[in-house]
Design a protein. Structure first.
Lengths: 75, 249
């Protein structure tokens, strides 16, 4: 049971290493899907949003984690 | 006919990601072999490989039943989550925010932990050691299987991706057998950075295709997306780089 628990925990952490990052990425995908399916814009706009949104999320997540660690070190 | 503009990154991603995972599993197997000999290490490894093979044999054919656009969307989103997670961690390591992965330190820590565990269970020491090897190979192997399926299934590249992963396993095992110590000189963070870039690029590309995006240049768009993620990762690392403190005499 312990091994199964570890396997499930490993699988979960593969995709949810950071809950905020995961939530932000899923939101980016959802908005891209909306742009493609619910607007008259060319589908490429949704693709561009997906790419730019993913990169922006990466920047935000990296700088947030760096700031958090800097703060905890200074306390 | 295989399109190498897609197959190249798929095989490369499977190969590099598998090196990272197999090196991590090898360290634990080496801990077990050092403490209790090669028999429990080999038994645990073989048992894990058997379970991993069973998972592939059982789940593999199910992939053919899933419509391609659903598969691309599902795998694309999972790849994006997985790849961005790796790229984030690699950028933080490259920027000096979190420490680099140190295989020698992990070997020492795992050896100490397993020694305590083995000494506590006097009656079944080989069993405990074998289970440790089993878990390490199973957990790292699951990641390898996911990456191979994820980068290979969208374009029918499962075999080339599997061969990339297999080549990585053989390479690490040969290096491990020759070195007979943790493979600390493998540039783990550089590999993780590269794989994070490739998996994120595949993630955006497959997710887009699954949602119905018509990428300009088709498969060549993957290369452009990968270059943008590479630049983003490098800029992110640079952005959070810790200033080097000057030592005054």
């Amino acid at each position: 049971m312990n091994i199964l628990k570890d396997v499930m925990s490993e699988l979960f952490s593969m995709f949810v290493a950071d809950a905020r990052l995961t939530a932000a990425m899923l939101a980016v995908v959802a908005v891209a899907a909306l742009i493609i399916d619910a607007t008259n814009l060319p589908s490429l706009y949704g693709g561009i949003f997906l790419l730019v949104g993913s990169i922006a999320t990466l920047f935000f997540s990296v700088s947030r984690e760096a700031a958090r660690r800097r703060l905890s070190r200074s306390l | 006919m295989i399109e190498w503009s897609t197959a190249g990154p798929a095989v490369g991603a499977a190969f590099l990601a598998s090196i990272v995972e197999v090196v991590e599993a090898f360290t634990i197997v080496l801990v077990v072999a050092t403490l209790r000999g090669w028999k429990p290490a080999a038994t645990g490894t073989a048992a894990a490989l058997f379970v991993l093979t069973a998972i592939v044999v059982v789940l593999g054919p199910l992939l053919d039943q899933v419509p391609l656009n659903v598969l691309q969307l599902l795998i694309g989103v999972l790849l994006l989550l997985f790849g961005i997670g790796w790229l984030r961690k690699a950028s933080l390591r490259a920027g000096g925010v979190i420490p680099l992965h140190d295989e020698t330190a992990i070997f020492a820590r795992e050896t100490a932990e397993l020694s305590v565990e083995v000494n506590r269970q006097k009656t079944s020491q080989d069993w405990i050691a074998g289970i440790a090897a089993f878990k390490a190979v199973l957990l790292e192997g699951l990641e390898v299987i996911f990456i191979v399926i994820a980068v290979g299934s969208g374009r029918g590249l499962l075999w080339p991706a599997s061969l990339g992963a297999l080549a990585a396993c053989v390479l690490v095992l040969l290096a491990g057998i020759i070195a007979h110590r943790p493979l600390a000189r493998v540039p783990e963070n550089t590999l993780k950075f590269s794989v994070g870039v490739m998996l994120s690029a595949f993630g955006v590309f497959w997710t887009g295709e699954g949602l119905g995006v018509d990428w300009p240049g088709h498969d060549m768009a993957l290369l452009v997306i990968a270059i943008l993620f590479l630049l983003a990762g490098l800029i992110a690392a640079r952005m959070v780089q810790q200033p080097v403190e000057e030592v005054t005499p």
